[in-house]
Design a protein around this ligand. Structure first.
Ligand SMILES: [Fe+2]
Length: 498
């Protein structure tokens, strides 16, 4: 059923058209001139307008022009004309009106003109719907692509930000692994880093949704890695199950669905490899995924190189400190190796506390240097087999303050001064130099204090014999809460037993 608007100033014509078209099953409104018709058109859409040309107020032609101008969707208009205005009607048809009918008209003629105009209108509508559909499908695809691009950009940005905020290589590699895996919806991602050109493995970290399956792919991984290393280019196998290969069907037997391997390069040298896989039935990696992972890896390689350089620098720094400490310890054969052992024990506690790599490094350096203040104490006092005089004891006690001021200029050691200064404080507040109590003593100092005491007890000293480990542990426990932080004592004992 169509909605038709009849416009004529002659009431008789209006009414007969109304009857005729209503009988055809159409829904009819009428207006007596262009103005009134225009008001109705503004209120609701019509499928067809049948209008007389000559009318008061607004003519049929003006109405037609207005409909053409104001409605984006075309409403078909049939003009009713008398013999005198046929020319005008012909011109209007040329300008886009559907048809014209000369009054008086045959019923059949009118019926035909209406049906043709409505049919044409329906087809136009159908066509425009089809075009709209195509357009919206195009828009939908473009939006999807845009969303994906935004997602990838966000991942690249986030990865860049995170990996550049740390110099810990483990952290960097873990972040890249997780970002890569998530961004291409992979089951498994693995990064192997090599030591320089030697191709010895420096680090091999993988993340798998199902870790129990990881070992299944080791042979396949080495095959893929060899392939990439030989050619020095990436490898993308989108759909392994559908591959046709001349060589033995190694890939298809692998039980994998899709695979990507991308070399991690720095200045044309392959410093590692990233491998990403999915099981059959999961997402198949596309060329776009491969490009994205290559970009991610490219960005990561700079951060990895920086972290490697930084780690080398740290190693040099640690070596320098060790050399310095060793030189100091040669003054006193009894304490030789003490700093190294204290460092080892401190690290055992720190591991239980889940210290980060950076915190572990800090603790390592500071533990090594904790007694550096003894460098300024005379050998005679340090090696004295008898009890010390009050004056000598005060000199010895001053080593923690002295040690603190020695490391103060080393910016890299952050709170080194404070930690060394307080490594002889007691948990109950009766230690030196400042009588700090409980958790007011820096945690690093509380750790070193336990490690230091254990090594002192288990090593021979000029003024006393050593005790065995069990006795030393018992002594630590006895003094927990007084000299030592009970938590650090427990963690040390736990680590020692492990
Ligand atoms: Fe000390």
């Amino acid at each position: 059923m169509s909605h038709i608007l009849i416009v004529d100033d002659e009431r008789g014509i209006r009414e007969s058209l109304f009857v005729l078209l209503s009988e055809e099953g159409h829904n009819i409104d009428t207006a007596s001139d262009g103005m009134e018709a225009w008001q109705l058109l503004k209120k609701r859409p019509y499928d067809l307008v049948l209008t007389d040309i000559r009318m008061p107020n607004m003519t049929g032609l003006d109405l037609f022009e207005q409909i053409k101008e104001k409605f984006a969707e075309k409403i078909p208009v049939i003009l009713l004309t008398s013999n005198g205005s046929v020319e005008t009607a012909v011109k209007a048809v040329k300008d886009g009106a559907s048809d014209f009918i000369i009054k008086p008209f045959e019923i059949e003629q009118l019926r035909n003109a209406v049906n043709v105009a409505l049919k044409r209108e329906r087809e136009t509508l159908k066509q425009s719907l089809k075009e709209q559909e195509v357009h919206s499908r195009r828009m939908e695809n473009a939006n999807k692509r845009l969303d994906q691009a935004i997602f990838e950009l966000a991942i690249l940005h986030e990865t860049g930000k995170t990996i550049n905020s740390t110099l810990e290589i483990n952290k960097i590699v873990s972040i890249i692994l997780e970002m890569a895996r998530q961004s291409v919806s992979a089951d498994r991602a693995r990064i192997i880093l090599y030591k320089g050109e030697s191709k010895d493995v420096l680090m091999d970290i993988s993340y798998s949704v199902d870790d129990t399956q990881a070992s299944r792919y080791l042979t396949l991984d080495s095959y893929a890695i060899e392939w990439v290393m030989q050619r020095q280019e990436g490898l993308l196998l989108e759909d392994i199950g559908r591959m046709r290969l001349n060589e033995p069907d190694f890939w298809t037997c692998s039980g994998l669905g899709s695979l990507m391997v991308v070399p991690i390069k720095r200045k044309n040298q392959t410093i590692g490899i990233m491998l990403i896989t999915n099981l059959p039935g999961k997402k198949k990696f596309t060329e776009k995924d491969f490009q994205f992972i290559s970009t991610l890896v490219n960005q990561a390689s700079i951060a990895i190189e920086n972290a490697q350089l930084y780690e080398e620098l740290q190693d040099h720094f640690a070596d320098t400190i060790r050399a310095l400490v060793a030189a100091m310890e040669t003054k006193d054969s009894y304490t030789f190796g003490h700093s190294d052992r204290v460092t080892r024990y401190s690290m055992m506690i720190a591991k239980q506390l889940n210290f980060s790599l950076t915190e572990m490094r800090q603790l390592e350096y500071i533990s090594l240097l904790h007694d550096i203040g003894k460098i300024g104490i005379e050998e005679e006092i340090l090696k004295k087999p008898d009890s010390l005089t009050r004056k000598e004891w005060n000199i010895v006690k001053n080593h923690s303050v002295l040690g603190g001021s020695i490391v103060k200029p080393i910016k890299f050691l952050l709170a080194g001064e404070e930690i060394i200064r307080h490594h002889h404080e007691w948990f109950d507040g009766t230690g030196y130099p400042d009588g700090l109590e409980g958790e007011n003593i820096p945690i690093y100092s509380r750790i070193i204090s336990v490690a230091d005491a254990f090594d002192a007890m288990t090593s021979e000293r000029p003024y006393r014999k050593s005790v065995n480990d069990a006795m030393a542990l018992a002594e630590l426990r006895r003094c927990a809460g007084e000299q030592f932080d009970p938590k650090m004592v427990e963690l040390f004992i736990k680590a020692y037993q492990q």
